[in-house]
Design a protein around this ligand. Structure first.
Ligand code: ARG
Length: 465
């Protein structure tokens, strides 16, 4: 973190127009270096590329380029080592680095040729976004792998699947976990989409209207690994849609993680008792000695709120801005940093927590032994005997009521009971309550049956290799 320094009236690098520096309170109000310092690597990289291009078009001599490059690299090393003295009166990361460079070499004063902080900051943010997307996708994949491993370690475990949080039909635990793997795969797709649109270089757009100097923008873009250069200078310095997109991708990830967290919270409760979350990911209560609370999962769920808030802030920030750059845009960074930081942490911690979570196979087996979970299987049984589904549904509904009335399980009704409800019933109806058979029957693509779930586990192991 940059060290605090009292703001003082100091003339800026572009001080020609002004007789005094800005008021101390204004300086404090308007500076961003306390958060945008973290763009220093992107800023230095962008400046080196710009300098090389300036050399190529003859603005810099070979010697000037050399001194600029080595100065910028030296500054980068100082920042890496925490030895750089950030000057808050210099407003932001860009001014701090340029000012330090100019102290190292007089050629530093040429670096800002045909560049504005407006296209500079837009470029820095695009470089940062691209880098973060790569890291984020890696974290998403880490969680996907953890889910697949957990599923395959517990390949035979079935649990009740739920709708309305009511027990519905049996599913493999792996099928439930793989549902999240699917969601996360789409999240990766959203990140990749966002990357494509971030991969356009604004440098050369100047403050808003380009420059009269004949820049070689393609050269700079190539140096910076941008796939394309922006085609409209006004758009390039003023839109932040690529940041909103990343913040949204983060929100969607957080919403998925929040749902997974909610499942884990439920499953770890005494009411469900399907899993035991490792101690390192839970906390005790300061009052109740018996408590073991799933705080990490709860915080993942809780942090989704702030990340969703970050997207809102960014959208509201942009909505009323006249063309082109407006200082409001400085407020974009903290929101995006916040969204990315918390989403990355949540992904990694969720993966680590799942890795330290044990499945209680006996408790799952007890829950999935509920005969009511097979009611739909029995309706299907009648359908296979030629009964219309609506009639079959009614027959089973009546059977459920009958069992309830007799205070017995649905599986305890006799073949005769079933035949009284519909004469096509035979002894094989009892087989419908066998979990193994029931799971084997669910064989179509996408179903939670034995074969498709195994196939899906294999597919994911393969593709996440
Ligand atoms: N710190 C500023 C930001 O983040 C950099 C651009 C400032 N440009 C300007 N014309 N004041 O937006």
């Amino acid at each position: 973190m940059p060290k605090k320094k009292t703001a003082q009236k100091k003339k800026a690098l572009w001080s020609g127009r002004f007789s005094t520096g800005v008021d101390a309170a204004v300086q404090k109000f308007s500076r961003s270096v306390q958060f945008d310092w973290r763009l220093y690597r992107q800023d230095i990289r962008g400046s080196i590329a710009h300098a090389r291009m300036l050399r190529k078009i003859g603005v810099l001599t070979a010697g000037e380029l050399r001194s600029i490059e080595s100065g910028l690299k030296q500054i980068g090393k100082q920042i890496d080592a925490g030895k750089f003295k950030w000057d808050e009166s210099l407003e932001d990361v860009h001014m701090n680095i340029e000012s330090a460079l100019t102290k190292l070499t007089p050629a530093g004063a040429k670096l800002h040729t045909a560049r504005s902080r407006n296209d500079q900051v837009a470029t820095d943010m695009r470089l940062w976004v691209k880098e973060q997307i790569g890291l984020m996708a890696g974290n998403v994949e880490l969680l996907q792998k953890t889910l697949v491993v957990m599923g395959s370690k517990n390949m035979d475990v079935c649990i009740p699947g739920y709708t309305h949080l009511q027990r519905a039909q049996p599913v493999y635990l792996a099928h439930h976990l793989l549902a999240y793997v699917e969601m996360l795969e789409r999240d990766k797709g959203r990140l990749a989409d966002c990357y494509k649109r971030a991969d356009v270089m604004p440098l050369g757009s100047g403050a808003l209207a380009g420059t009269t100097i004949k820049l070689d923008r393609k050269f700079t873009a190539n140096e910076l690994d941008f796939a394309a250069i922006s085609q409209n200078s006004l758009d390039a310095v003023s839109d932040r849609d690529f940041m909103v997109e990343l913040a949204f991708a983060c929100s969607m990830i957080m919403v998925h993680l929040s749902r997974l967290a909610e499942d884990l919270i439920l499953w770890s409760s005494s009411e469900f008792d399907y899993i035991r979350i490792g101690d390192a990911y839970t906390t005790g209560s300061s009052l109740m000695p018996q408590k073991k609370n799933p705080d990490v999962a709860e915080l993942v769920r809780g942090k989704s709120a702030r990340v969703i808030g970050d997207v809102q802030s960014l959208l509201v920030l942009l909505k009323g801005l006249p063309m082109t750059y407006n200082r409001d845009l400085q407020e974009d960074k903290e929101q995006l940093f916040d969204a990315v930081d918390h989403t990355s942490d949540a992904l990694v911690l969720t993966a680590e927590m799942l890795d330290q979570t044990q499945v209680k196979a006996d408790k799952c087996a007890a829950a999935v032994a509920d005969p009511l979970l097979f009611a739909t299987d029995i309706a299907d049984y009648f359908v296979n005997k030629g009964v219309a589904f609506r009639h079959a549904h009614e027959v089973v509904g009546k059977a459920v009521a009958l069992a309830e009335q007799r205070k017995i399980g649905l599986d305890e009704l006799t073949v005769k009971d079933w035949q009284e409800l519909n004469p096509v019933a035979d002894a094989r109806i009892k087989g419908c309550f066998k979990l193994k058979t029931a799971m084997a029957k669910r064989s179509i693509t996408g179903a939670p049956g034995t074969k498709p779930v195994r196939q899906q586990l294999l597919r994911w192991m393969d593709s996440l290799e």
